[in-house]
Design a protein around this ligand. Structure first.
Ligand code: ADP
Ligand code: MG
Ligand code: ZN
Length: 609
């Protein structure tokens, strides 16, 4: 549409120009009107009657009269009246005319032809021009419609000088370690093939916005020195059904021609949402696109040297089919950086910026807990802008501090800054989980504790999740419940107050306690049976179909049993927390400094499990 308007304007301008030229000529040659007429027919007739005229030259409507004294007059006559008729009409006698030397010049000059041809040719040209333009814009639209099917994937070949490598990605050591496999494979595919290893095809980068997923994917391409196709999930989705799928096909075909290479699908959740889920109609287009991605990935044979890397910050909504072996079976988590990592990221981004001597990156890292890599990059950029505004040559510490607020309250507030009090509460909460888990014999060892907020949780304590085991005993469940309530109990013991931070713990604990009683038949007070039917109808949501197949009285007993389980769990947790208060304090002070704690650091405080 925009193009059409543009063409029209061009056409209009050309038209004006031609009209201008036309009228310019028009004054002179086109109608054959001499500009220099300085006499008239009347004078001419007089001159002839007086016998003063020696000769007349006729050129169309222009008469050039040469007098006996050699002076020349130019006269304009009517176009299609012959000179002799004209003179006769004026009553000039034939004998007078005979005496004059009259030459009729045939109008063969270019001007004459122009005057004849232009009026015919010009409109034809203009109309032709117009038709051509219209055809072209229609053809253009057609061509664009054809191009819909092509992926808009941008291909990067990182040039040797500016290529992104792991050096540009600070921290995230575990993720780098896992991704080294991709690089190995792209560099030495033979090594893997000879040994009969099936090469992973898809890597899924998970992480909050701004944790460097896109950056990491580029770094992998840079390290492996292969081309890199970058497309965003939303680019697959267009107005027309089927476009997405054809774009996927096109993308993979292009990639196959350039293999070995990396295909990077950013924000894959735009197409990779759980299929058939959600009320309000499934999205056909998305499903087709997703199916096509899966088909293409399944179609890789042992020889295909393409690795697909996808990124998302919503792993929870992804279709399980995406995560099956042979597809995105490797998952790499990029976390919000902790203190040490924040310092490293600041270092990377301050390399090209002149910092004044008083800048202490560690201090900045301490004040930016909760910032993502992108926030930190943005922080230094804001500080640089502020410095330039102040006409200073070096970025000062105070300028950076001032920019922290700007980044925090900026237009898209990505990071939640954690106040010291919040940090402390979170530390006690997580330390509570960890300590209780450590002191119960059926709970797996704690792997990691973190007080960096992740999603809606203020922090997290990682242990091998209980769901990974097949069979669970009642004792195990009860201990699990104690661990779940331990966070809340630690807050209560220390601060004599509670926060909303435990709401998801309580949800999980409640579900677990209910399951113990109603699903697993583990209560002594109730007959051995299950309570409630649950039809797993995904799209209606589970809860909606859960039916009650027991009496009101049983319902009360179930509530009572669930309550008892909670009482027990709370008692267990509180006992442990009270007995091991010294350990609790030690864990908290370590967490307040380092924010995250690995298994061995934790065990250095509380001893081996
Ligand atoms: P995501 O794709 O996860 O949303 P990006 O990869 O787009 O995040 O990161 C945005 C920017 O943040 C990067 O261009 C980079 O400047 C900065 N950044 C993020 N993480 C890091 C990191 N670990 N090291 C260095 N810079 C980082
Ligand atoms: Mg990104
Ligand atoms: Zn908790």
């Amino acid at each position: 549409m925009k193009n059409l308007i543009k063409n029209f304007i061009i056409f209009f301008a050309v038209f004006l120009l031609l009209a201008g030229i036309f009228s310019l000529f028009g004054g002179g040659t086109l109608t054959g009107k001499p500009k220099s007429a300085n006499s008239d027919i009347g004078t001419l007739v007089q001159d002839i009657n007086n016998g003063n005229v020696a000769s007349i030259v006729v050129e169309g409507a222009k008469l050039t009269e040469t007098l006996n004294d050699k002076s020349v007059k130019i006269i304009q006559k009517e176009d299609n009246e012959s000179l002799s008729d004209l003179l006769k009409n004026y009553g000039v006698t034939p004998d007078k005319i005979e005496k004059i030397n009259i030459t009729v010049k045939n109008n063969s000059g270019s001007n004459y032809w122009l005057s004849v041809i232009l009026p015919i040719v010009l409109p034809t040209l203009i109309i032709g021009f117009l038709i051509y333009f219209m055809m072209r814009s229609v053809a253009g639209a057609n061509a664009k419609a054809m191009m819909f099917g092509q992926s808009g994937a941008k291909e990067f070949r990182e040039d040797a000088k500016n290529k992104t490598t792991f050096k540009d990605v600070a921290g995230s050591e575990e993720a780098k370690e896992e991704l080294k496999e991709v690089i190995e494979f792209l560099k030495f595919p033979k090594k893997f093939r000879e040994i009969g290893a099936r090469i992973p095809r898809g890597f899924l980068l998970l992480g909050a916005p701004g944790t460097g997923k896109t950056l990491m994917a580029r770094a992998v391409a840079g390290e492996a020195n292969v081309p890199f196709f970058h497309i965003s999930g939303s680019e697959f989705v267009e107005m027309f059904v089927g476009v997405g799928a054809s774009r996927v096909r096109d993308l993979f075909n292009r990639a196959k021609k350039t293999a070995p290479c990396i295909i990077f699908i950013d924000e894959i959740d735009a197409v990779g949402r759980r299929r058939g889920a959600g009320l309000g109609g499934s999205h056909d287009e998305r499903e087709q696109t997703l199916n096509q991605i899966l088909v293409e990935m399944d179609g890789f044979d042992g020889e295909t040297e393409i690795i697909v890397i996808a990124a998302t910050n919503r792993p929870d909504v992804l279709d399980p089919a995406l995560l099956r072996p042979g597809r995105f079976d490797r998952q790499v988590v990029l976390e919000i950086p902790d203190l040490k990592e924040r310092e490293a990221i600041l270092k990377v981004h301050s390399e090209k910026k002149p910092l004044s001597a008083d800048v202490d990156l560690k201090k900045i890292a301490e004040r930016t807990s909760g910032f993502s890599g992108a926030d930190l990059a943005n922080l230094l950029n804001e500080a640089a802008i502020a410095t330039a505004k102040l006409n200073e040559k070096e970025i000062k510490m105070q300028t950076i501090f001032d920019s922290i607020e700007k980044v925090m309250i900026g237009p898209e507030r990505k990071s939640r800054v954690i106040t010291d009090r919040e940090k402390k509460i979170t530390a006690y909460h997580e330390a509570g989980h960890a300590l209780v888990a450590h002191n119960l014999k059926n709970i797996d060892p704690v792997q990691k504790i973190s007080i960096i907020s992740r999603g809606r949780a203020a922090g997290y304590t990682l242990k091998t999740p209980i769901e990974d085991r097949r069979l669970h005993s009642k004792e195990e469940f009860i201990e699990e419940l104690a661990v779940l309530v331990a966070g809340r109990m630690a807050e209560k013991i220390i601060f004599n107050d509670v926060t909303t931070g435990a709401s998801s713990d309580l949800r999980v604990a409640t579900d677990l306690a209910k399951s113990i009683v109603t699903e697993y038949g583990m209560s002594d007070k109730l007959p051995l049976r299950t309570f409630g039917t649950s039809d797993e109808l995904v799209f209606l949501g589970r809860e909606m179909r859960e039916g009650r197949d027991y009496s009101e009285k049983t319902s009360e007993s179930i509530d009572a049993e669930v309550g008892k389980l909670f009482d027990e769990a709370v008692k267990t947790a509180v006992d442990i927390l009270n007995n091991k208060k010294a350990d609790l304090e030690k864990i908290v002070s370590a967490l307040m400094i380092k924010e995250t704690m690995e298994k061995d650091e934790f065990e250095a405080i509380v001893g081996k499990k």
